[in-house]
Design a protein around this ligand. Sequence first.
Ligand SMILES: [Ca+2]
Ligand SMILES: [Ca+2]
Length: 225
Amino acid sequence: MPQADAQGGDFELSLTSAVILDGQTGDVTLVVSPGASAAAALEGAINYDAGELTALSCTAIAPVASCNVDTPGSVLYTAIDPQGWTEATDLISVTFENTGLPAGEASLTISTVIAVDGNAADITPDEVPGVVSTVTHGDVNCDNTVSVVDALLIAQFSVGNRTGVNSCPLGDPLTQILEPTIDVNCDGSASIVDALLIAQYSVGNRTATTTCPLADPLTQIYLGA
Ligand SMILES: [Ca+2]
Ligand SMILES: [Ca+2]
């Protein structure tokens, strides 16, 4: 993660990152942290690529804050604390839907219009961007790789030892599995066969494809979005 003091701003504004699968929703939070100064009033925007993501809604977390998702590509916000934020504080939360990011990462940036301290003096933020990423089929533990660990989780799921969930990150990595990305042979079911294909892929015995159904079921594995 980028560090605030590397850029020498007076305080830090940062966005959390999220894994949001294709067609699903997830939340990102804007956080203010004090540096040499403590911000007391802020106005600005969270910027995103409207071709990749859709901001469905936003929620003011700070007691005196407001936000607006009406403009595609920008979530406008304001927030105020009469005393100034002297510790890391969540300001707003935005719910994004992945509407055009089948694989990879989308950057979320911050732009600041007004930032003042408790004396209403202008101060400068370090703006730390966030990332929305998604995972492909075969990655069932949300770590952005397809490995024998994923095969293990699928094998455990196939015998009832794991619970399928629909979003990343896993709430309980010891008992859960991301269910929508299990099927890597395009047969419509999640089974021990999918674990076998990943095991074969892990040692180079299968070639990844992003096309379903598999053109060659004997040599390919589906790792698409
Ligand atoms: Ca994985
Ligand atoms: Ca399957």
